[in-house]
Each structure stands twice: as C-alpha cells, then as structure tokens.
Design a binder for this molecule. Structure first.
Ligand code: CTP
Ligand code: MG
Length: 394
C-alpha cells in the first residue's frame, strides 16, 4: 500500500471494565504473557501506522505504566466518564500535529490482525470512514433482559452486522463529528458519531479475533486464544478432490462464478466442484474431517446452497484455531468449458472468500487428453491443495 498520509492510532483504555469484573480494569489484565492493552498496542504496530496514543482513566497511570512495559509511546491522555468523552480528549491531544487519518481502537480488543488495518486503509481512500464488521450468525430475537425468560419475536439477521474496532476516519471529519455530538447522547462507537454528522462510513470484513472482551469469562477465553497465538506456527498441507457429473442446464458454477455452458453440473448444492475440492483441502490441513461430515448431503439445508458457505466455514475453522492460510492451489480438470477466460475471475472470487491476497491463490486447468470420464465430457473433476500455518500443538 503506497503511503501518502500520516496515520495515527488512538486506543481508548479509560473504561472501568465493570461488566468483566476482576482485580483491575480488563484492559490492564494479563492475557497470554502481556496485558490486554499491550496486545492492542502491538497489533497497531503496523508499517502504515506512524504513532500510537493511548487514552487512560484518572488514577490508571500506574496500571498503564506496568501494562505497556518497555514500549515507548507518547504520554497517555486522560479520558472521561464516557467512551465518547475519552475519544474526544484523545482527538484533541492529536489536533496540534493533526494527522490525516486516525484509527480509533478499543483497548479491550487485544487481537488485531494486520489484514484488518490494511482493509480499512484501502477502504478509506474512497470514504470518510471505514469500519470492520462481521455478519450475525446466531438467530436473533427480541428478549427480556430483565427476566431472561420469555422469548420475543424473531429479528431478521440478514440486515444486521456486528461492528468492531479499529475504525478509520479522516481526522478532521471525525473531530468535527465528535464536537457536534451532544454530550448526553450515548455512543458505543465512533461510527455512530460519524454517521450522525453526515459522514459516509463504509464497511470492510472484520475478524473473529477482534472480539471485544466485555463479560467475565471473556478474559479466560482470550487467554486460550492468545496462548495459541504465541505458539510457533507450523505449516500443514491439506489435499482435496471432487467430481460432479454433467446434467441438463445452461451454466455451471466454478469457484463461485457462474459460467455459461451447454450443460449444468449435478449435485446437492450448487455442485461447485472447485470449491468442494478446496473446502476439503482446507479441512484437511487442519485435520477437521471432510465436507460431508460438516455438510451432510442428507441435510436439506444445503440443497442448492452456494458452495462459498462451505469454504467460508472451513476458513473460519482454520482461523479460529489460530491458523493462517498461506496458499491454495486448485486444478480444474475438464475438456470443456475452457477455463482460461475465467481463471482471473475465479482467482479473485476465491481470494475474496478466503480473505487472502490473489497472489496466495493459484488456479490451474487441464484436460485429460480426451481420456477417462472428464475426457469423454461426462463431468468435471477438481483437485486442491491448501497450505495453512497453525499453532504448534503443545
Ligand atoms: N472506554 C474509555 N472511556 C470510558 C469508557 C470506555 O476509554 N469512559 C474504553 C474502554 O476502556 C474500552 C472501550 O472504550 O477499551 C470499549 O468500552 P467497554 O467495552 O464498554 O469498556 P468499559 O467501559 O471499560 O467496560 P464496562 O462498560 O463493562 O464498564
Ligand atoms: Mg462501557
């Protein structure tokens, strides 16, 4: 990414962490060998970020000093009684040497993958604000927080996203938005403040590792994840293979792409043979079974399903265990249709599904010299290899 502007990260760490409980506010608790705040600071130590500034609560100076250890940072800024106030104080402290871009981050989110920073900064070239979001996967319903007893009406989750931090903004615009925000209004993040001021905030894909530590128990879970992150990564390789027969139709789906053809592919889902082989390769690399054990063909939920769901599931499994996808290589075996014209689009489609760079995805195609079932044009086969780095088993 070409660097053209000054980018500063502001970490808000002035909260009391009341819901998490514990001896010290959660951002100062130890997780996997260092404080939660130190994890957040180290996550923002990205080549694109010029400076990191932390906002702390009154009386938290000693906790802060212990928490940052030997890291050299500008002196912390004093926060306020609300998150909004803390952010505003931080922005005010930066105003003297105003940066072009500010990344505002919760100290309570210790694990920040570099790819999220890169996605945000790329998105910010087109908008005044950018935030990482994740889809809602649980069912949603109205509840009765007081009684925990009676379940209310369902809520459509397809129109809901979970908003994470860091959130990236044009510095001047977010300062003006915070200044315009009524002091007595509640804001749990900065995107709300930005939108209220009329700023356009775009979304990028967030990351499960960015989960905020909020409740008691979250610190324990973060400790386990952090320990996994601290273990050395070892490379694992998985292999996948799949076949689908041709049937009636006027298009096939390959790598998530619809490709016009004089036949279709027969299968329970969308019969995307390339993505099925890829899913098995990903699952194989993390020794997590095969596509059939996760998505049984007997289950009607997967009838006609888009196979990207399978790939995304396998990716999530690999990532949840601390894995990083290094490379995938897919070979599509058929006489027709010709894959060449679609190769780049398939590559981009798979890179997007896996949230990796296109350089980490290889797509190849071959015929079998008119031999065998692919040679006779009875179907398409695909092979895939995935290389994933995973934390070494203790
Ligand atoms: N925060 C802050 N100043 C405040 C309140 C919150 O800087 N007055 C920070 C927190 O330290 C945290 C982030 O904002 O990094 C997100 O807030 P939240 O998760 O609500 O943390 P706390 O307010 O500390 O927790 P609780 O609401 O349970 O007391
Ligand atoms: Mg709070």
């Amino acid at each position: 990414m070409a660097k053209t502007s000054r980018i500063v990260a502001l970490i808000v760490a002035a909260g009391k962490g009341e819901r998490a409980g514990g001896d010290v506010p959660k951002q100062y608790a130890q997780v996997a060998g260092k404080s939660v705040l130190a994890h957040a600071i180290d996550g923002l130590a990205h080549p694109a970020v010029d400076q990191v500034l932390v906002v702390i609560g009154a009386g938290q100076e000693d906790l802060y000093r212990d928490a940052i250890g030997g890291r050299t940072l500008a002196p912390p800024v004093l926060g306020g009684t609300t998150r909004h106030e803390s952010v505003r104080n931080g922005l005010a402290a930066l105003a003297g040497e105003a940066p072009d871009v500010v990344l505002i981050h919760d100290a309570a989110r210790p694990f920040l993958p570099a790819e999220v920073i890169e996605r945000l900064l790329t998105a910010l070239t087109e908008a005044e604000g950018a935030v990482p979001v994740l889809p809602m996967v649980d069912s949603l319903a109205l509840g009765d927080a007081a009684r925990h007893a009676v379940l209310g009406d369902p809520v459509d989750r397809s129109c809901i996203v979970r908003v994470q931090t860091p959130q990236a903004f044009n510095f001047k615009a977010i300062c003006a938005a915070h200044d315009a925000w009524a002091e007595d209004r509640k804001a749990t993040d900065d995107a709300q403040v930005a939108r209220a001021a009329g700023m356009t905030v775009v979304t990028v894909t967030g990351d499960a590792r960015l989960e905020k530590l909020t409740l008691s128990g979250d610190l324990f879970a973060a400790g386990a994840r952090g320990r996994a992150a601290d273990r050395p990564l070892v490379s694992r390789t998985g292999l996948g293979f799949d076949v689908h027969a041709f049937g009636p139709g006027d298009a096939i789906t390959l790598g998530g792409l619809r490709i016009p053809h004089d036949k279709g592919l027969v299968g329970h889902s969308d019969a995307d043979v390339a993505l099925h082989a890829l899913t098995d390769a990903l699952l194989g690399a993390v020794a997590a079974g095969d596509i059939g054990s996760h998505f049984p063909p007997s289950d009607d939920r997967w009838r006609g399903a888009e196979s990207r769901i399978f790939v995304e599931h396998a990716r999530a499994l690999a990532i949840a265990g601390g894995g990083r996808i290094d490379h995938v290589d897919v070979t599509i075996i058929c006489e027709r249709p010709k894959i060449g014209p679609y190769r780049d689009a398939i590559r981009a489609s798979i890179a997007a599904m896996l949230q990796v760079r296109e350089g980490q995805v290889s797509i190849k195609a071959t015929t079998t010299e008119r031999l065998g079932f692919t040679g006779r044009g009875e179907g398409i086969a695909a092979q895939a290899v995935a290389t994933i780095r995973v934390p070494e088993v203790e």
